[in-house]
Design a protein around this ligand. Structure first.
Ligand SMILES: Nc1ncnc2c1ncn2[C@@H]1O[C@H](COP(=O)(O)OP(=O)(O)OP(=O)(O)O)[C@@H](O)[C@H]1O
Ligand SMILES: [Mg+2]
Length: 148
């Protein structure tokens, strides 16, 4: 999947939001400035959540309500263990929400039986981003086909 502009990334996030269900876990991988937060902004817009989705680096996690499903947005950059994720005390039942985690690779996968991994790469010469969807368990292999 090639996303040429920020608008494309926002639009793709909204498309992704349409297939999300309660209990879903999405793990975003990619370097600084790859567009992870931008993708979450699109997901938030697609779900229709209230409040702007911003980089949660200093807050670690935010819960956005008011949409089709609550959106739990986590930036795990400074977290080192799954316990620290549990300790965030998010006051939301993950089974009822969608959780999207930036920098969550190797850290949060055990929060759900299945998850979708999204790898984002940035081009050195342009604004182009390349997305790779990697399904891990559940019916993600089928759902990924619908997102291609
Ligand atoms: N095609 C594109 N998709 C997404 N972002 C883009 C694109 N082209 C340019 N950008 C810019 O790249 C930046 C992406 O920033 P963003 O905060 O989403 O990255 P991030 O992966 O969350 O970084 P961090 O690891 O610091 O959290 C923004 O400044 C955005 O405007
Ligand atoms: Mg970010």
């Amino acid at each position: 999947m090639i996303l040429r502009t920020l608008d494309d990334t926002h639009a793709y996030g909204a498309k992704l939001a349409a297939v999300l269900r309660a209990g879903d876990l999405v793990v975003l991988a990619g370097p600084l400035g790859a567009g992870k937060t931008a993708l979450v902004q699109g997901i938030g817009a697609g779900l229709g959540v209230r409040g702007p989705v911003v980089s949660p680096t200093f807050v670690i996690a935010r819960v956005h309500r008011g949409g089709r499903l609550p959106l739990v947005h986590v930036d795990a950059y400074r977290l080192h263990s799954l316990d620290e994720v549990d300790d965030l005390d998010l006051e939301v039942d993950l089974a009822d929400s969608v959780m999207v985690v930036e920098w969550g690779t190797g850290l949060v996968e055990q929060l759900a039986d299945a998850h979708l991994e999204i790898r984002i790469e940035r081009s050195a010469e342009s604004e182009e981003r390349t997305l790779q969807l990697v399904p891990h368990g559940g019916d993600w292999p089928d759902r990924v086909v619908a997102l291609a």
